[in-house]
Ligand binder design. Structure first.
Ligand SMILES: [Zn+2]
Length: 159
């Protein structure tokens, strides 16, 4: 499997909820400045508010806004009524490019050495840890002496 074959997730740019994936991605629309999908995730809802397009090509077409369930922002649109020559735009899902962010599966950084590891145990850290241990020991000693004092008091009462 080459790197290009890995699918991508399309997430809400605002709340990062997953809205769609590259398996349902059928193209891009220059005029809408949107990614086009044959389906979207259950996190996307069609808002029941009919609107009329004012964009040149789809002028007068009826569409419904698509809303992200995570943050209720408008993330796209779906056309429900279009003239015959624009039928290919009907009932597909447009997710606006400026409303989504994408993540390619398999693009995690597998090479640990590429990260700046600052949490290594240096001499400074060791002396800090030793101090912590010393403090804990002191606390334990205090508790122990209190406990033995209580114990002797208790024994005194019993006798
Ligand atoms: Zn959102």
């Amino acid at each position: 499997m080459s790197e290009n074959e890995f699918p991508s997730l399309f997430c809400c740019g605002r709340c990062r909820v997953v809205l769609g994936d590259s398996i349902a991605w059928i193209g891009n629309d220059q005029e809408e400045i949107a990614f086009v999908f044959s389906g979207v995730s259950h996190n996307v809802h069609v808002k029941g508010k009919k609107l009329i397009s004012g964009i040149a090509e789809t002028n007068g077409c009826i569409f419904f806004p698509l809303v992200c369930d995570g943050c209720f922002s408008t993330v796209g649109k779906v056309y429900r009524a279009t003239p015959k020559h624009l039928d290919y735009k009907k009932n597909v899902f447009f997710l606006f490019a400026n409303a989504v962010t994408s993540y390619k599966l398999g693009s995690t950084n597998e090479n640990v050495s590429e990260f700046e590891i600052e949490d290594t145990v240096t001499l400074e850290h060791v002396s800090y840890l030793m101090m912590e241990i010393k403090k804990m020991k002191e606390v334990l000693l205090v508790m122990e002496s209190r406990l033995s004092a209580l114990e002797s008091e208790f024994n005194f009462c019993e006798n």
